[in-house]
Every structure is written in structure tokens, then in C-alpha cells.
Design a protein around this ligand. Structure first.
Ligand SMILES: Cc1cc2nc3c(=O)[nH]c(=O)nc-3n(C[C@H](O)[C@H](O)[C@H](O)COP(=O)(O)OP(=O)(O)OC[C@H]3O[C@@H](n4cnc5c(N)ncnc54)[C@H](O)[C@@H]3O)c2cc1C
Length: 384
């Protein structure tokens, strides 16, 4: 073995240098783990929070002010979210919430949670979480942020309801930092009392010439004299100065996205100048294009998790929800078909996947599906 090693060029010199290094030099084995601990600081898998405050924003929305239990919060890009974990009625689940606070301060993260009809996790947040409680989440994630390399300097933010949260973080950052970016916010709500952060937005717009705030109300009272109706091409043309120079960002419910995207496309805005974050789906998967008409969404099928157990699932509920209901924890993050953390391998059986799921090419090739956005159409066998 020794003779064989000597045949390597410069073996003796390297050996001699190693001996000197051992005597006088630095032993790099003592650095083991330092790179990983830096990475963990910037991109932690989990954050443990204490709920420092709960602010009632409107009748339907509360802001949770979260401070880190160990005193340190990682940096994030305005527009990103954390996935908050919780146990609701015995089911361990999670939901993503965008930070609404500015990333320029990291004493706390604010998340603002809206009540929805037939809510599950949102009801837990709004009705059960109290000041002083502890919460756990993922680290900050997501791609819904301004990227100066690819996006225009001028931005049009189109928000609906609680979809204001990532924009609030971006607006606070730009205004706090006097960044030279022009922003027009078109903020759609049903009535004026649903508007979130209204006073602050008015105040910021009055102090920053580069920020324009236009609330758009779809069910205004008789004496309302602001923008009325939906955010359509006429409303955008009326309020945005040079449409060609802007990147458009949309955040809100699926219905808003379905209405606004065709309006923008008709105005000639190319897809590359359109960024979106969808907070909720229409709720009725059976109405999605491509759903097999013979299924009502109420059928029960069985899902065999290879090497584990067999559970029952409903055709109209996502695979991830059915697994969580059965006590099986699948790592998940965005829960909207983008990040692919919750993917599982489909060994047999058929699932329905809505068209907006972003599957990697290799995942489609090898049978992986995003469990947060796929619905079992028949008995399945899967591998987690
Ligand atoms: C990137 C991103 C950022 C977001 N940011 C925000 C934000 O800033 N503010 C905000 O308000 N919202 C935000 N959302 C939406 C948020 O994540 C939740 O979808 C929303 O709070 C509603 O949650 P929910 O559980 O009440 O309802 P849903 O997410 O619609 O879940 C209801 C579903 O839960 C399941 N379920 C019901 N009962 C049970 C049970 N007993 N056991 C197991 N499962 C059950 C059923 O499948 C039911 O359909 C964001 C979403 C995304 C994707």
C-alpha cells in the first residue's frame, strides 16, 4: 500500500507538508459544522416563536406579532411567507402566511390572518391562539418578491382582501428605506370596512411621492366617491401612468386572479411582467377544468402508504389533508403546488391535479405528485 501511494506525484512532499501543518498549522477539523451553522442561521428549517401581541385590524382580521424564542429571526425578502404549524382538533397541520411587517426590522415578524367561511386553520389562529402562546413555523420561503435583475423598477400591486399582506411588507420596506421605486397599489375589497391597513396606507401615500394608493370597492355605499367595481382594464388604465414600464404583481383569492389576469393580458401585458401569489383556491375542486364529471368529490377511496398503513380519503380533498387527518405528517411548506416539499411518489392509481400545479419535469417523468394539490380519483398506493 505504501509503495503504491509513493507512485502518486509529489506524495513525499505532500506528506512532509501535512506533517508540518499538523505541528504548526490550523486543524480545519475544528471548523467542522461552522458553515452549516451559518446556513442554519440564514435558512433555518424551523423557527420557534412567542406571540408577543395580537392586533385586531378589522372585524375579520388579526395581526399576530411573533418574536423569536431564542431572540434571533432570519432575514427575509418582503413578499415571502412562513408556514405556521399547529394542532387543530387533534389534526397536526400547517398554513402559509406572508409577513406583513417590513424586513428592515427583525425584532418581530407580523402575520395577518383573515377569517374565511368554513375556515379550519384560520379559525384556530383567530379563536385559539393567545398572547404569550408559542408557535412554530418553517423558515421564510417563497418567490413572490421584487427581483431587481428581472423586474421593472416601477411596480403595480393588485391586492384583494388579505392578499395585501406581502405588499404591506414591500410598501413598508420601500417607504422606510426611501427606495427609489414607484409603486401603485390597487387594493380591492368588498366594502370600505374590509380594507386592511387603510390609515397607514393613506399616511404613507401622503408622505411618499413614489407611492400611490387606490382602494377599489366592489360593493360601495351610495356616498362612496372613490374607485368602484372590480380592478379591470379601465381601472388600471385610469390609475397607472405608464403601463409598459411596470411589473404587475397580483395577490389575493383565485377569483381575483381569474378576473384580473385576462384583463391584463388583453391590455398586452406579457406573462413575464406578471407575478402572482394565490392565497386561496375557489374551494370547489369539482368545478375545475378537467375534473371527471362522474365524481362528486364525496366518494371515499383508500390510500395505501407503502411500508406504513392504509387510510381512507375523499376524492374532493387533497391527499395532504387526508394524510394529515390520518395522523401522517408529510413535510409541507407553500401548500399551493409550488415548492414541491410535500411531494409523494404515486405507485399506482389516478389523481387529479389542477392546471396551476408547478410540477418539475423530472417529477412528472418519475411519478411524483404534490400532495397539497392532488386529489385521489381511485384507490392509490403511494410512497412518502
Ligand atoms: C403563500 C401564501 C401566503 C398566504 N398568506 C396569507 C396571509 O398573509 N393571510 C391570510 O389570511 N391568509 C394567507 N394565506 C392563506 C392561508 O394559508 C390559509 O389558506 C387561510 O388562512 C385559510 O386556512 P383554513 O385552514 O382556514 O382554510 P383552507 O386552507 O381553505 O382549509 C380548509 C380545508 O381544511 C381541511 N379541513 C377542514 N377540516 C379539517 C379537519 N378537521 N382535519 C383536517 N383537515 C380539515 C379541508 O380540506 C378544508 O377544505 C396564504 C396562502 C399562501 C399559499
Amino acid at each position: 500500500m505504501k509503495n503504491y501511494a509513493r507512485q502518486i506525484d509529489h506524495f513525499d512532499e505532500i506528506n512532509a507538508e501535512t506533517a508540518i501543518g499538523k505541528k504548526y498549522g490550523k486543524d480545519y477539523r475544528s471548523d467542522k459544522g461552522t458553515t452549516q451553522s451559518q446556513i442554519d442561521r440564514y435558512h433555518p428549517l424551523h423557527i420557534n416563536f412567542m406571540v408577543a401581541d395580537i392586533i385586531e385590524e378589522t372585524e375579520f382580521v388579526k395581526t399576530f406579532r411573533l418574536v423569536a424564542q431564542d431572540g434571533y429571526l432570519p432575514p427575509f425578502q418582503a413578499g415571502q411567507y412562513i408556514n405556521v404549524y399547529g394542532e387543530v382538533n387533534g389534526v397536526r397541520s400547517s398554513r402559509p402566511y406572508s409577513m406583513s411587517s417590513s424586513p428592515l426590522q427583525r425584532a418581530y415578524y407580523d402575520i395577518s390572518v383573515a377569517r374565511i367561511t368554513d375556515g379550519f386553520f384560520s379559525d384556530f389562529m383567530l379563536d385559539q391562539v393567545k398572547k404569550g402562546d408559542t408557535l412554530k413555523s418553517s423558515g421564510p420561503s417563497g418567490n413572490f418578491y421584487h427581483n431587481p435583475l428581472f423586474h421593472k423598477k416601477a411596480s403595480v400591486f393588485i391586492a384583494g382582501g388579505s392578499g395585501i399582506t406581502p405588499f404591506m411588507s414591500m410598501i413598508r420596506e420601500i417607504c422606510d428605506n426611501a427606495r427609489k421605486r414607484d409603486i401603485t397599489l390597487l387594493y380591492g375589497n368588498r366594502t370600505p370596512k374590509n380594507i386592511l391597513f387603510h390609515e397607514e396606507l393613506i399616511n404613507l401615500a401622503s408622505r411618499h411621492a413614489n407611492f400611490t394608493y387606490i382602494p377599489v370597492i366592489s360593493e360601495p355605499g351610495e356616498d362612496y366617491d372613490g374607485e368602484k367595481g372590480f380592478i379591470d382594464d379601465a381601472c388600471i388604465t385610469r390609475n397607472v401612468k405608464s403601463i409598459e414600464a411596470c411589473t404587475f404583481y397580483i395577490c389575493g383569492p383565485q377569483a381575483m386572479y381569474e378576473f384580473c389576469v385576462p384583463e391584463l393580458e388583453n391590455m398586452g401585458i406579457p406573462r413575464k411582467r406578471l407575478r402572482k401569489e394565490m392565497f386561496s383556491t375557489s374551494g370547489t375542486i369539482t368545478k375545475e377544468q378537467g375534473w371527471p364529471g362522474e365524481l362528486t368529490g364525496e366518494e371515499t377511496v383508500s390510500v395505501s402508504v407503502k411500508g406504513f398503513k392504509t387510510i381512507s380519503a375523499k376524492t374532493g380533498e387533497t391527499l395532504l389533508t387526508s394524510l394529515e387527518r390520518a395522523g401522517i405528517i408529510v413535510p409541507a411548506n407553500c401548500r399551493c403546488g409550488e415548492c414541491s416539499i410535500c411531494r409523494v411518489k404515486l405507485i399506482s392509481g389516478k389523481v387529479f391535479q389542477p392546471s396551476d400545479v408547478r410540477l418539475r419535469f423530472s417529477d412528472t417523468q418519475f411519478g411524483w405528485v404534490h400532495s397539497c394539490k392532488c386529489y385521489p380519483l381511485e384507490d392509490l398506493e403511494i410512497l412518502i
